[in-house]
Design a protein around this ligand. Structure first.
Ligand SMILES: [Zn+2]
Length: 459
């Protein structure tokens, strides 16, 4: 736990609201500061481009990105052959090797350009959808670009905007006390944003979540699909009244048709899926016709067979992404860890952006607390755990959690204690067993599940 998190945890609730607003002010500047408007307009202008124009745009971007990687990024300079470097300088992406998470995890700086020194650098941590913690480095402009992309392609397509009040579910510890009796959110005045705690959701607490939406005049919801789905079930179950909302834009977990219909009934508005990664290697968003369009100006996405050849339309394969948003620490032919397929049918919305038919492999098991609260994205406990190569959470009973860890050489008792503390912070007093293992067993598609529940679902 970082120093700021420690300080935050000890503040009273009002202090945490002020901290949330201060954090919000910083984020607001970081993401919506100078140049933001131009970036948004850029994405909006390209919205109606024909595919050949996108292809030309990608070719131009690739040449610059790959050339810089070959010459100015230590990892690529060291590991690519001369032939691969020549291909990179010519913009020929498909001749370059695939990139797994391991080398990034062990040395994130190795992937950053050594010829430029950004005035300010930001580190965002992700646990990754497969439980491998990754540290990403950003410049302020890149953070702005990522927000502009979401504004133009997610919020605007859903009929809303980041300038309107929103609520967010994320992996952040918003309410540090696992046994808190509420409120289960903190409020960022700067962006009129509610940060919901994803770790206190239960039937009993649901009304407090809904009450926050009323109080702050929230216009739209964004964040973890599974959390909004769980809240929606409680809303319908308890017949709670929700204020008029414009849209729900879900992230992180795959949105299933049944999740969508439950949420549309509970929130009384349309639900739009967004597919992206914290690394910002890939970005796709849903149009009014419920099709998931990839943004070709945010990067190149390949869907590959196990032998490395491109999949046919409709054929599921591994998602390999080369993002354009992050140029300072770019991941080239990055194995995202998801499976997807292309949908060759054109979309009635008229956009030429390619459509992803299915993204499979991101539906996660829910962890249930002793008091019945349900949590997703539990592998967030691995964020910032530099000595964890891979981790897996197994819920063996309501009050017993086993954490399997593939430890790095420096892993020690403090790391194990920190993992135990993080589990209890989310679940309260439960037994936590941290077990060091050589590897995490993989499922048929070669991935392991970051969260596994051995409990039988009661519904
Ligand atoms: Zn469409």
């Amino acid at each position: 736990m970082g120093l700021t998190d420690k300080i935050y945890a000890h503040l009273p609730q009002r202090g945490q609201d002020v901290a949330a607003s201060a954090f919000g002010l910083y984020r607001h500047w970081l993401r919506s500061g100078p140049g933001y408007g131009d970036l948004v307009h850029g994405y909006r202008d390209r919205d109606s481009w024909p595919l050949d124009r996108f292809n030309a745009y990608q070719a131009e971007k690739l040449k610059i990105l790959l050339g810089n990687a070959a010459d100015h990024i230590p990892y690529y300079r060291r590991t690519w052959s001369d032939k691969e470097k020549a291909a990179a300088r010519a913009g020929r992406l498909s001749e370059l090797p695939l990139l797994s998470k391991d080398p990034i995890r062990s040395d994130p700086q190795d992937f950053a350009r050594d010829d430029v020194r950004p005035l300010l650098r930001y580190r965002f941590l992700t646990s990754g959808s497969t439980g491998t913690p990754i540290s990403t480095l950003w410049t302020a402009r890149e953070a702005r670009d990522a927000r502009a992309l979401r504004e133009a392609r997610s919020a605007n397509w859903a009929g809303t905007s980041f300038s309107e009040g929103r609520a967010t579910f994320s992996g952040r510890i918003v309410v540090p006390d696992a046994n808190s009796s509420g409120p289960f959110h903190r409020y960022n005045r700067v962006e009129n944003q509610i940060y919901f705690s994803a770790f206190h959701l239960s039937r009993e607490n649901a009304d407090q979540y809904v009450e926050a939406l009323w109080r702050h005049g929230t216009q739209w919801l964004t964040g973890y699909a599974m959390s909004y789905y769980l809240l929606a079930r409680h809303i319908l179950d308890r017949n709670l009244s929700v204020p008029a909302l414009k849209a729900v834009v879900t992230t992180s977990e795959k949105l299933t048709p049944s999740m969508r219909s439950v949420m549309e009934r509970a929130y009384g508005c349309r639900v739009f899926e967004e597919y992206g990664t914290v690394e910002n290697a890939v970005f796709a968003s849903e149009c009014a016709h419920q099709r998931l369009h990839l943004s070709p100006d945010a990067g190149v996405v390949e869907i590959l067979r196990p032998d490395g050849r491109a999949c046919d339309p409709g054929e599921a394969g591994e998602v390999v992404a080369t993002g354009f948003v992050r140029q300072y620490q770019p991941f080239i032919r990055y194995r995202v860890g998801d499976l997807a397929s292309w949908d060759p049918q054109p979309c009635a919305c008229g956009r030429s952006m390619p459509v992803l038919k299915e993204v499979v492999g991101r539906i996660e098991d829910v962890v249930v607390g002793p008091d019945g609260r349900q949590m997703v994205r539990f592998h967030g406990i691995f964020i910032g755990q530099d000595n964890v190569v891979e981790g897996q959470i197994i819920q063996e009973a309501l009050d017993r959690i086993r954490v399997k860890v593939v430890p790095a050489a420096a892993f020690g008792p403090t790391d194990a204690a920190d993992i135990e503390r993080r589990v209890r912070q989310r679940l309260g007093e439960v037994a936590v067993i941290v077990e060091a293992v050589e590897s995490i067993p993989r499922s048929a598609n070669g991935k392991f599940k970051a969260v596994v529940s051995l409990m039988k679902a009661s519904d």
